[in-house]
Design a protein around this ligand. Structure first.
Ligand code: PEP
Length: 253
């Protein structure tokens, strides 16, 4: 069984002092947890500051985005190397908010995935359908296409460093989560598709996590699904108690 990954995406929330408070509290609450990989993605401005606080804790840091170039005239952008030097081990790529508000295409997502891996970061690649795509029965076609394009050209040997986050867009920040069965159906289909793309050996260590209104009261059911390897948590990751309860999900199986 894969070690579950629970990641908190703080989005554009928390000034440095608030991030420090959140991490200090979380550290206390999850002390001794080692059966779960715990990741938080603060705003760029806080990452280096927090790197000292997470050093002797189970928490790993994650960027919320990156640019595919190493450096250069790209005002406002941040490279994989810069994130690593600030203390990150992971980076979120292709979040639906970046796809929607910053017009990130599947091709851009692919360039970022390649750059992250080359730069020493483990990408958490977000895919998911809109409500109208789900209603038209296009969920699996959409996520397969996003996965195919995001992972295009990658050698099978690097796939173990990738996490795919299934995040139905209609469930993000809306309080409407996919049911555990709906998530499992998509995760299972995605895993089979990844097997076809790379073969079982390369894919056996790739985690598929669920995101979209994950909370203390739905995490246990989600984590009981055989193909749900963790969660990407937005809103509930901003409260240390809520996030810690999610990290300490109860095994129902
Ligand atoms: C997210 O932004 O990745 C997310 C899943 O948000 P929320 O948990 O708030 O729905």
């Amino acid at each position: 069984m894969l070690k579950p990954l629970i990641a908190g995406n703080w989005k554009m929330n928390t000034a440095i002092h608030q991030g420090v408070e959140l991490v200090m509290r979380l550290r206390e609450l999850i002390k001794g947890v080692d059966a779960v990989e715990v990741v938080v993605a603060p705003p760029f401005t806080s990452i280096h500051h927090l790197s000292h606080l997470v050093a002797d804790s189970p928490i790993k840091l994650c960027g919320q985005n990156l640019h595919w170039e190493k450096n250069g005239a790209y005002t406002g952008e941040t490279s994989a190397e810069m994130l690593v030097s600030a203390g990150c081990r992971y980076v979120i790529v292709g979040h639906s908010e970046r796809r929607q508000y910053f017009k990130e295409s599947d091709e851009v997502v692919n360039k970022k995935v390649v750059a992250a891996l080359k730069g020493g970061l483990r990408p958490i690649i977000c895919v998911g359908e809109t409500l109208s795509e789900r209603e038209q029965g296009k969920t699996l076609t959409k996520v397969r296409s996003q996965v195919k394009k995001a992972l295009a050209g990658l050698a099978g040997s690097v796939v173990k460093d990738i996490t795919v986050a299934y995040e139905p867009i209609w469930a993000i920040g809306t309080g409407k989560n996919a049911t555990a069965q709906e998530a499992e159906e998509v995760h299972n289909a995605m895993r089979n598709y990844l097997f076809e793309m790379f073969g079982p050996d390369d894919v056996k260590d790739l985690r598929i996590i669920y995101g979209g209104s994950v909370k203390a009261d739905n995490i246990d059911d989600l984590m009981a699904q055989p193909n749900v390897d963790g969660a990407l948590v937005g809103g509930a990751s901003l409260k240390a108690e809520d996030f810690a309860r999610i990290v300490k999900f109860q095994r129902l199986t």
